[in-house]
Design a protein around this ligand. Structure first.
Ligand SMILES: [Zn+2]
Length: 106
């Protein structure tokens, strides 16, 4: 597998972390999240949540982002693949799917 260098985006670009964004721990991704919640969701959803995408799930995503009041309940969590998770950013899931349908197929 070729090594993929991390993508560096200028601040403010789509997908770039917001400046002054709290650390993962400060955002609630603590030990329980990493050792219990995320593995459980990835075991439940082994394939990307995007219809038609067959890549393995790589991240646990909040359908409604925490930043907009989304909860850590299992029904608000699912597992998109790495590219789709990165594209989704902080959109909610229906908004992301609608956006995705408008993109040229790749
Ligand atoms: Zn995907």
């Amino acid at each position: 597998m070729p090594f993929a260098p991390p993508v560096h985006r200028p601040p403010g670009a789509r997908g770039a972390p917001a400046e002054n964004r709290p650390s993962p721990l400060e955002r609630g991704y603590d030990w329980t999240w990493r050792t219990k919640v995320a593995p459980r969701i990835l075991a439940r959803d082994p394939i990307c949540a995007v219809p038609g995408c067959h890549r393995p799930s790589a991240h646990v995503d909040h359908k409604l982002p925490r930043s907009r009041g989304g909860s850590d309940d299992d029904d608000n969590l699912h597992g998109p693949c790495a590219p789709h998770n990165s594209q989704k950013a902080d959109r909610d899931w229906p908004t992301f799917l609608a956006w995705l349908r408008k993109q040229p197929s790749r």
